[in-house]
Design a protein around this ligand. Structure first.
Ligand code: NAD
Length: 486
């Protein structure tokens, strides 16, 4: 196994043509220390063309391989990820600033994507249809050809793999453009995994780089489906370009997720769930709990307990300490978080803890008495910030929850689960957890958002994955040529 150890890696990539870096070199920077821990080749627009061309050619042979050979590749890939989970975790800690727990959780999710891809290979791939003439009529699912995957920095390994694995399994070639800040854990690692697992040459390409390279991938005429995970602003641009070019774009975008805490809860348990939802991975998760909506009868106790919990969470270098929270990804992100928090304070919200930072280490922050006039409540923060608002009736809670344009995840905490189910119908959201906070993911669940959180397309589970990465072809077949009046 040639996986790069993050403590000794010299920046070389052994996977040859699997990784394209004709656009110069970039450093891998450890956010916790600012140290350079490696370097990699940046993809160029010529690399995009070469990768897509090779992918197109290799895809036809891949699709024609007997299915047991194809599914064996994903079984081996899942096993390789499991066998090397500590290597992947280490990269997630050092390159992405993940706490050890988050990194281990992410690594375990990733192997599930590759094991789960075997089911995509082996699943039925069409339907027999009723027809009014004596013939066979069927709808079959065919690969689209080349799929472009563009992924973000925050859960780099899972957010790349949840598209890469099923898109390949559905018979496609894949060109992956990871975020340049997480090129190893979001891309290069998987070139190694899939090469070692026996995926044929030419089918998978990793091109680390920025927005320009992503845009070149979207614009390439032979990339028929784009799977984009990232911000709503960038997703709009990708969606516009894809619309103009008449190609499908799956857009998984931002969130500003509400956690509704009703009056009948066990408050310490609710606070623990809420703190996890807001602070895990420094709040850099699309499903982060961005708005705590709490019933007035328990509001003061909730704020007090959440403040104490936040104040007690250690923040530090996850590679050298046991701290569950690490650094945010870079100074730009930290400054954006601090600006939203500071302006919320200036606009009258009450910062009960946090609101300070040391380098890239931002203290878990609670902002009480929040509302739409406070930017940290109204916008996606993507930082360890928990804005809390008070409501007195369920109607008010629904009104507060639906003030956001986003619709990714919703949590409802109550002993009355039927009341929660009713609430879930009234608040547009792609994901709802009753008696849990907003952050969760499983390879078997169809994941996706509505409104400003995306186009409602889904990844996860065989059905959604086949839908996302294939085209339908209607085929009829009869023994003799049909007869017509002229
Ligand atoms: P971003 O949109 O800036 O970048 C995401 C990826 O898109 C990167 O690889 C980037 O290089 C690329 N990119 C940026 N502009 C592009 C363009 N015009 N054309 C093509 N590619 C482009 O996102 P970010 O701020 O780094 O990541 C955080 C955002 O991602 C948050 O808004 C978060 O909510 C969202 N996110 C969503 C999900 C989800 O599943 N819904 C998951 C994780 C993160």
């Amino acid at each position: 196994m040639t996986f790069f150890d993050s403590s000794t890696w010299d920046g070389r990539i052994s996977s040859g043509g699997w990784v394209r870096g004709g656009g110069g070199s970039a450093d891998v920077v450890e956010p916790a220390t600012g140290n350079t821990i490696g370097s990699y080749g940046v993809g160029s627009t010529e690399d995009v063309s070469r990768a897509v061309e090779q992918g197109r050619a290799a895809q036809r042979e891949w699709m024609a391989l007997p299915y047991p050979e194809r599914s064996a590749v994903f079984r081996r890939a899942g096993q390789l990820v499991d066998d090397n989970a500590d290597v992947l975790s280490d990269w997630l800690v050092r390159e992405a600033g993940s706490g050890r727990g988050k990194a281990a959780f992410e690594a375990s999710l990733v192997s599930g994507e590759y094991f789960g891809a075997t089911a995509v290979v082996e699943a039925p791939y069409g339907q027999l249809l009723r027809t009014h003439v004596p013939r066979l009529s069927m709808a079959r699912r065919l690969p689209v050809g080349v799929v472009g995957v563009i992924s973000p920095f925050n859960f780099p390994a899972i957010l790349a793999s949840r598209s890469v694995a099923p898109a390949l399994a559905a018979g496609n070639a894949v060109v992956l453009k990871p975020d340049p800040r997480t090129a190893v854990s979001g891309g290069l690692f998987f070139a190694e995994v899939l090469r070692e697992a026996g995926l044929p040459e030419g089918l998978f390409h990793v091109l680390p780089g920025g927005a320009d390279l992503g845009s070149a991938l979207v614009e390439h005429p032979d990339v028929r489906v784009i799977s984009f995970t990232g911000s709503t602003a960038a997703g709009r641009k990708v969606g516009e370009a894809a619309g103009r070019l008449l190609k499908r774009a799956h857009l998984e975008l931002g969130g500003n997720n509400a956690l509704i805490v009703l009056d009948d809860v066990d408050v310490p348990a609710a606070v623990s769930a809420g703190a996890w939802g807001s602070f895990l991975h420094q709040g850099q998760i699309c499903m982060t709990t961005g708005r705590h909506l709490v019933h007035e009868s328990i509001y003061d106790e909730y704020v007090e307990r959440l403040t104490a919990t936040a104040a007690g969470i250690p923040v530090g270098n996850p590679a050298t300490t046991e701290a569950p929270l690490g650094p945010v990804i870079d100074a730009g992100q930290r400054d954006r978080i601090h600006d939203l928090v500071t302006r919320s304070g200036e606009a009258g919200a009450r910062i009960t803890t946090g609101g300070t930072f040391d380098g890239l280490f931002y203290r878990p922050t609670v902002i009480a008495d929040s509302g739409m006039s406070h930017p940290a409540f109204a916008e996606e923060v993507f930082g360890p910030v928990a804005p809390v608002a008070k409501f007195s009736t369920v109607e008010e809670a629904v009104a507060l929850a639906t003030q956001s344009d986003y619709g990714l995840a919703l949590g409802i905490l109550t002993r009355d689960v039927m009341r929660a189910l009713d609430l879930a119908e009234r608040i547009p959201s792609g994901i709802v957890h009753i008696n849990d906070q907003t952050v969760d993911d499983e390879p078997t669940a169809p994941f996706g958002g509505v409104g400003a959180s995306g186009t409602g397309s889904r990844f996860g589970g065989v059905e959604a994955n086949i839908e996302a990465f294939t085209e339908t072809q209607w085929v009829t077949m009869q023994g003799e040529i049909a007869r017509y009046p002229f």
